[in-house]
Ligand binder design. Structure first.
Ligand code: TA6
Length: 322
């Protein structure tokens, strides 16, 4: 290259945009993954719009996934964050959803990837303050004939997963696209990864009403004014006394590992199958219950009713300690 005397000094380097999040679709269009410049990562299976992995900037996995989890679309994923809609559990006494499988059809339907939107700070500091929102859609048209027959209502769901440096947000918009009202329940069935179930306590559920699904008969009672600890099969639907924007936190060895705040999701389900996991065919390893705790934000007590054309939205933000 000819060297030119007196060539202009280099223009002050205009700070470029902060590096962007990388979003890919892989595994024959079945998995959407995103990685932030700072290293945080998330993977979502289009089957069920199930989050199957969420890693922090150091590559530490935050979600528990069974070693026997099916991610081939043959059944609901055992682990990660499956999505429950339009019914939580089974509702034999609720005519409109009584024919649906446990936890409804959202987690066993193939969703569409609607796209991504990123937000970068203008800052050029390492990694910026970037986050990326991934949107997924499901409507009556995506349903199997069986599901349509079991729940013949016109609906539209948009499920958004936002990966940020501080945490992971999931939110759902539910729309009644039909001509008549219907009602639903929804829940984000988060399997959080921990090191040792005997060392965790859950705060934010003190002095709160809860349904104990392990007791026989199932009972409704109020929790004591201290954190919840797990020492056996646990399956409880809490209505936290301090409301959705008061954090529910998983503390392990005295250190806060996860903190969850909610929007319009008034209930928090706490589930650990303990040694009963031996009766769950896709739960592995058999001592895996020691490394997981389900803390599930949902609207599952009673039913949300949508008139024709109405929309409902709810969500959660999970922050995880690095
Ligand atoms: O969220 C707790 C719960 O409703 C438990 O009762 C247990 O059934 C768990 O969900 C897992 O349900 P699944 O249908 O995924 O086996």
């Amino acid at each position: 290259m000819v060297d030119r005397p007196k060539k202009p000094t280099a223009l002050a380097a205009t700070p470029g945009l902060a590096p962007q999040a990388q979003v890919n679709i892989s595994h024959s269009n079945s998995i959407v993954s995103a990685v932030l410049p700072s290293g945080e990562a998330v993977e979502i299976l289009l089957y069920g719009a199930t989050i199957i992995s969420w890693k922090d900037a150091k590559g530490v996995e935050k979600l528990w996934l069974s070693e026997k989890a099916k991610t081939d679309g043959s059944k609901a994923v055992r682990g990660g964050i499956p999505l429950v809609f339009p019914v939580f559990g089974k509702a034999p006494d609720h005519a409109a959803t009584s024919k649906l499988p446990q936890h409804g059809f959202a987690r066993t339907s193939t969703w569409e990837f609607l796209g991504k939107s990123t937000s970068e700070s203008s800052s050029t500091k390492e990694g910026g303050d970037s986050s990326v929102k991934l949107d997924f859609g499901l409507s009556s048209n995506n349903l199997s004939e069986d599901s349509k027959k079991a729940w013949p209502h016109e609906f539209g769901l948009i499920y958004s997963v936002t990966l940020g440096k501080e945490g992971l947000a999931t939110s759902i918009v539910v729309r009644n696209e039909g001509e008549s009202a219907w009602e639903f329940q929804t829940l984000m069935h988060s399997y959080l990864r921990i090191a040792d179930i005997s060392k965790i306590s859950i705060t934010g559920l003190e002095s709160s009403s809860y349904i104990d699904k392990v007791s026989s008969p199932i009972s409704t009672t109020t929790s004591p004014s201290e954190p919840v600890t797990i020492s056996g099969t646990t399956d409880r639907v809490y209505t936290p006394a301090r409301g959705p924007d008061a954090p529910v936190a998983v503390v392990e060895g005295g250190k806060k590992k996860f903190s969850i705040v909610r929007d319009n999701l008034n209930e928090v389900v706490v589930w650990n199958p303990w040694v009963d996991c031996k009766n769950i065919g896709d739960f592995a390893p058999l001592d895996g219950y020691k490394q997981m705790i389900c803390v599930e934000a949902g609207a599952v007590k009673g039913w949300q009713k949508l008139e024709a054309g109405e929309t409902w939205e709810g969500g959660q933000v999970i922050t995880a300690a690095i």
